[in-house]
Design a protein around this ligand. Structure first.
Ligand code: PLP
Length: 499
């Protein structure tokens, strides 16, 4: 057994005893069974575990406490903006007027929600410097697809069918090339310049009549602000292509840089990264897309409109014939959008700018403090995240970034993103976010320092880390490719996850 105690103890199936029951639940009406058509009735009962309610509750609560969460500790996962989200936004999202609204409710009965969605669109458009926003996409990746489908519709509407390529820097998030392929384009990867930024000449060499769009992440996934963005956007537009901005890193630039004003034609915003919503558990997100003038006709249908009398309605079928159509059922992930609205209204313009300033300050502080501990490949000021590298440590001790990350778990931290971006050897992508206290950042530095010392003095300790977690070092490839999630009966001393 490990520090997890018996939390990984017997499964509910193993605890099951015939006839043991759960809580008291309301009895169904006497004729319930006879009301179900005979061919819909099952012939034998479900094989469910039979346990008492306390056993059931403890089982799941104990399992839930094995989760590492922002509510339990520091979570410096780069490229993800795992920041603490104010609980008041959870309260807002649960207000019955929002939470209980039927998705098919007619507009007259949904005025409050429609108003919130409309106002959120206005706020996001203002923040991004865009003309309008669609709130439909379910996450950043679907926002990208929405955006690139609009790009395709735009070129086709002009009768230009020759634009078959999308240019993407090689540091891009994997969703960028995946999006371009899904939308039917060929992705061309442009290697970064030596300073980690956009290679202007590399882009220029590929820009032309076959370019549909470039997709740029700014600040980049290296945490660097693209200083040559103005020149790049000029070249993109001169070639007749559109400029897509991956806005996943908006947490670094709010109130300082408006992509639309800088010349980007469209961008997605990961509201679950920038504007509150617990994120990382695979739950719902939202990836609104903002567009400039050129793409307005192509926005997904239906949009929320405000009438001259101040009421709100959704677009009627066929009202905007050039729309790319629906990207998601109903109005999008409304609960997530309520959280974003609450976050934006609570902070206001000045507050959002402060969020970004603090995120950048925290990242630069950590980067400076880690300078003597790990390699820092790009010395210029970072934005909300930065890349460190364990290349020297590996050369000196044989300890890899993976070992460091696993050992951080023993020290009580969620590891940062590792081996991404792919362009940096033994990379750690570290994002502290604006919500962490100075003492937390200092303690994280101390932990990394201690681990580097261990790498020199007791490397075996790191090779076999983590030592305190319920499961130890997994074979990551097998765990990902052939996950074994099947329950099977076990007896005696066996546990589902032996040390
Ligand atoms: C997170 C992220 C995405 C994808 O967004 P999801 O909301 O996870 O689908 C795209 N690009 C970058 C740079 C990201 O960090």
């Amino acid at each position: 057994m490990t520090a997890a105690g018996d939390r990984l103890g017997p499964t509910l199936f193993e605890r099951s005893r015939p006839g043991r029951g759960g809580g008291k639940i309301p009895h169904p009406p006497k004729d319930a069974l006879s009301r179900i058509p005979a061919d819909h009735l099952r012939t034998d009962g479900p094989h469910l575990p039979e346990v008492a309610e306390p056993e059931l509750t403890r089982h799941y609560v104990n399992l839930s406490q094995l989760n590492y969460a922002l509510d339990t500790g520091f979570y410096p996962l780069g490229s993800c903006t795992m920041k603490f989200n104010p609980k008041v936004n959870e309260w807002a999202a649960r207000l019955p007027g929002f939470a209980d609204l039927h998705p098919f409710a007619p507009d007259e009965l949904a005025q409050g929600t429609l108003q919130l969605l409309w106002e959120l669109e206005q706020a996001l458009a203002e923040i991004g410097g865009m003309r309008a926003v669609t709130l439909q996409p379910a996450a950043g990746a679907q926002g990208e697809l929405t955006g690139i489908l609009m790009v395709r519709a735009y070129h086709r509407a002009r009768g230009d069918f020759g634009r078959t390529e999308v240019l993407v820097p090689d540091s891009a998030h994997g969703t960028n090339p995946a999006t371009a392929s899904m939308a039917g384009f060929r992705t061309i990867e442009i290697p970064a310049a030596a300073d980690g930024g956009i290679d202007l000449d590399g882009f220029r060499a590929h820009l032309g009549p076959t370019t549909a769009a470039v997709m740029i992440t700014n600040p980049s996934t290296l945490g660097l602000f693209e200083s040559r963005i103005g020149e790049l956007l000029e070249a993109v537009h001169a070639a007749g292509a559109l400029a897509y901005m991956d806005g996943a890193n908006l947490n670094a630039i709010m109130g300082r840089f408006k992509p639309g004003e800088a010349g980007f034609d469209l961008m997605h915003i990961n509201v679950h990264k920038t504007f509150s919503t617990p994120h990382g558990g695979g739950g719902p997100g939202a990836g609104p897309v903002g567009v400039g003038e050129k793409l307005l006709p192509f926005l997904p249908w239906p949009r929320v409109l405000r009438e001259p009398d101040g009421t709100f309605r959704t677009e009627r079928p066929g009202e905007r014939p050039q729309s790319i159509g629906r990207m998601r059922a109903f109005a999008g992930s409304t609960g997530v959008l309520v959280r974003a609205y609450a976050y934006i209204r609570a902070h206001g313009a000045a507050g959002l700018r402060e969020v970004s300033d603090d995120a950048v300050l925290a990242a630069n502080y950590l980067k400076a403090r880690l300078a003597g501990v790990l390699d820092i490949p790009f010395s210029r000021h970072c934005m909300h995240e930065f890349v460190a590298s364990g290349a020297t440590l590996k050369a000196q001790t044989g300890i890899r970034t993976l070992d460091v990350a696993k050992r951080l778990i023993d020290y009580g931290y969620h590891p940062p993103t590792i081996y991404f971006p792919l362009t940096v050897e033994e990379a750690l992508l570290i994002e502290p976010t604006e919500t962490e206290a100075l003492e937390t950042l200092d303690a994280f530095v101390a932990a990394l320092r201690a681990i580097v010392d261990e790498a020199h003095n007791d490397p075996e300790l790191l090779h076999s880390a983590p030592h305190s977690s319920p499961v130890r070092r997994l074979d990551e490839t097998t765990a990902a490719r052939q996950p074994n999630l099947r329950w099977r009966g076990m007896t005696g001393e066996q546990t589902p996850c032996p040390d």
